[in-house]
Design a protein around this ligand. Structure first.
Ligand code: ATP
Ligand code: MG
Length: 391
């Protein structure tokens, strides 16, 4: 996967730009608020995902302009391809000259992994941030996952609507069974996808963290699904505490779909009363979490800034490695402001780790290690970009 040419017009503070990046390292330097993040955000949009900054499409158009236009040539799937994205009230685009129904069609066509300060929320933020990270990562490598997830979310919404109406109309309670069964089916798919992805990811991330910390710290990453093992005992439902959050496996060591589905269903049944009075579904994959630890303690509660940054980076660079293994091609790496807060040995490790991929790195200072690597340097000033010739 390589970005070959990017053209942008009226994109945020970039009036007009054409760049031909290096197939290796591209260093994007400049003072604060000059347009460095804007540049890599423009490349990111060709993954088909929304801005990693969580911005609305309309915010991407330069102030006072009607629309923004991006043109992109890239190498993917063994050939050169081209895409355009136009943003006015919403996004539209073409892929190899053909109009796309939705820019989401680019998912899996151009693959990139971005790391920006906002991704520190994977470590510091709520479980929702971790689920978002894993969901996006699984979807890029396993496009069918997005379908299971959309199915689950749709059924969850319908179940929640039913719960709210049950309060005033209890006779509808019988229909809960159908929704619980569907929710458990989609939910079991999601748990298995997340589990399998996490197994790949943790292998890579542990190794990267070890390199980042020069083997001085131990990093662990675990999937913590909310499923509990509920059994019936006459009319009572009781929980087997020893199995809390554990995934059941079959004899060959694979997650056992039927048992996961049964547990999810039983969890839904057990919590029905509370769910009806709260008008919301209290258990299932929409409440899953992922545990990130350094030296056996929670990185969220006890990690230093550098450790938290290293955890997020290990997970993001791990995501790139998993994508490479599962899809046979390296994604493009977009690193926004990663070097700050990292000591020189961690900076060196990152540069070595990514040198086989195309990478875009933004930074304010001229970091000596970066200047020494082969590749191109771009200087960004007030939305204008020029290639800087190394001395
Ligand atoms: P930092 O080093 O602080 O991260 P940066 O170079 O990454 O800075 P960007 O985030 O790329 O800076 O933003 C550059 C400028 O773009 C900001 O001054 C911001 O106000 C401006 N900007 C953002 N959106 C728009 C827009 N829609 N139209 C015009 N300017 C915009
Ligand atoms: Mg920035």
């Amino acid at each position: 996967m390589k970005a070959l040419t990017l053209k942008a017009k009226n994109y945020r503070n970039i009036k007009e730009l054409t760049i031909n990046p290096d197939p290796g390292v591209n260093l994007i330097c400049g003072d604060n608020a000059q347009g460095k993040t804007n540049l890599i955000e423009a490349i990111w949009l060709f993954t088909g995902c929304k801005s990693f900054r969580g911005s609305k499409d309309s915010e991407l158009v330069s102030f006072g302009e009607e629309r923004a236009d991006l043109e992109f040539e890239f190498f993917s799937g063994g050939r050169e391809q081209s895409a355009e994205i136009h943003i006015d009230k919403k996004r539209s685009g073409t892929l190899n000259g053909v109009k796309m129904q939705s820019v989401r069609e680019m998912i899996g066509v151009f693959r990139a992994v971005a790391f920006s300060p906002i991704h520190l929320n994977i470590v510091k933020g709520s479980p929702e941030e971790r689920r978002k990270f894993i969901d996006m990562a699984v979807a890029q490598s396993r496009p069918l996952y997005a379908k299971s997830l959309a199915g689950y979310n749709k059924v969850l919404k319908q179940r929640n609507m039913l719960l709210k109406s049950l309060y005033s109309n209890p006779s509808l309670a019988d229909t809960l069974d159908i929704w619980d069964d569907r929710l458990a089916s989609y939910g079991a798919d999601i748990i298995i996808y997340r589990y399998e992805y996490t197994e790949h990811l943790k292998k890579e991330a542990v190794q990267i963290y070890e390199g980042l910390s020069s083997s001085k710290e131990e990093f662990t990453f675990e999937y913590v699904p909310t499923i509990r093992n509920i059994v019936t005992d006459g009319d009572n439902l009781s929980e087997i505490k020893a199995d809390r959050g554990k995934i059941p496996f079959d004899e060959s060591g694979k997650p056992q779909y039927s048992e996961i589905k049964r547990r999810l269903y039983m969890n839904l049944v057990k919590h029905r009363k509370d769910d009806i009075s709260n008008g919301t579904t209290s258990c299932g994959p929409h409440r899953d979490d992922f545990e990130i630890k350094v030296n056996s303690v929670s990185a969220r509660s006890f990690g230093s800034q550098g450790q938290q940054r290293s955890c997020a980076l290990a997970l993001k660079l791990g995501e790139a490695e998993v994508l490479k293994k599962l899809t046979d091609t390296s994604p493009v790496i977009l690193l926004d402001d990663v070097m700050s807060e990292l000591d020189p040995s961690r900076q060196d490790y990152i540069l070595n780790r990514i040198k086989d991929k195309q990478v875009f790195i933004t930074c304010c200072d001229s970091i000596p290690a970066l200047n020494m690597c082969a590749g191109k340097i771009f200087e960004v000033k007030n939305g204008e970009i020029r290639e800087y010739t190394k001395k």
